[in-house]
Design a protein around this ligand. Sequence first.
Ligand code: NAI
Ligand code: MG
Length: 341
Amino acid sequence: MELCVIEGDGIGHEVIPAAVQVLNIVVPEITIKHAVAGWDYFEQHGTPLPQETIDLVRACGAVLFGAVQSPSYPVNGYFSPIVRLRRELGAYANLRPIQYLPVPTAREGIDLVIVRENTEDLYAGQEHTEDEGRTGITQKVITREASERVARRAYQLATQTHRQKITIVHKANVLQQSDGLFRRVVLEVASEFPEITTDELLVDTAAYWMVKDPARFDVIVTSNLYGDILSDMAAAWGGGLGLIPSLSVGDGAAIAEPVHGSAPDIAGKRIANPTATILSVAMLLRHHWHLPEAANRIEQAIYATLDAGIYTRDIAHKNAVSTTEFVEQVCERLKSTTARP
Ligand code: NAI
Ligand code: MG
């Protein structure tokens, strides 16, 4: 078992070492290989993703990725390394479970998974300006192939994890060619899984229901941009961005990546919540390496730590612990439990 670890920028340098510490306890035989990417690396070396990192990622097939800082304006030579890595590895589906954790910021009863298409849509990188910079154009690309494989992944996941319903989220009433195609293809795949109920919502209505009654959702399958936005909304019900894990999966490859970004406002203060990253590692163990007992152990240790009222500052200000203190508490609970199925 080999894992390529990329801290990236900002709190990536804090939450990734915490998750590696946990992983080393649960799977001591793992080989960790470190690689670099991100904005800081770009500023020093002129590329955000060196070829050595791409080679190492391909060789390992499994990646733990922190977060990178990306500017909101075009910078010559810069591109988002995580978007590129997902494409390099063919990690075409991003699984984002939002499940109740015992923290005061979470909503009881929340239990949903967002399956987000990971390789195309408005994030395909097809952008240009016209009219001497007065018009900006970004192409929304939706293909049958990408829609079908993400749909199949969503239905397989629902079947394996005994979930009942999949909601297709789109805006096909307006975007008939792109979202219309996505919707049609997902419905085709749905017909192969009659035991799962399928319904659909327009993305704006889905956002309304995500605020009003998130418990109505079971599995959501959607395109890249809508999945990005809806999963941050759902993260609020899950207790906050510091808690929500994700796994980008392809055929034989996976990237464990917390949903949150590099959090420049708290970077370097040692207060970042490592839970999202640690739970992302649990997803890697369960879905990529097929080690559900190891994944359960980690999830139980996180649950027990939070249940004991041990929180970082994003969850509660009073008596908040540092990133290091939090992970020490998780590790203590891990050491005192043995693997349970
Ligand atoms: P963000 O997720 O970095 O932060 C949003 C808010 O949540 C901040 O107040 C932050 O302090 C808090 N937060 C996030 N993670 C936390 C954690 N683990 N513990 C405690 N608090 C946490 O999103 P923002 O501020 O919009 O973006 C910052 C940078 O991150 C941008 O440059 C953006 O491009 C990048 N980004 C990168 C992603 C990635 O690499 N996968 C994903 C999302 C954003
Ligand atoms: Mg996002």
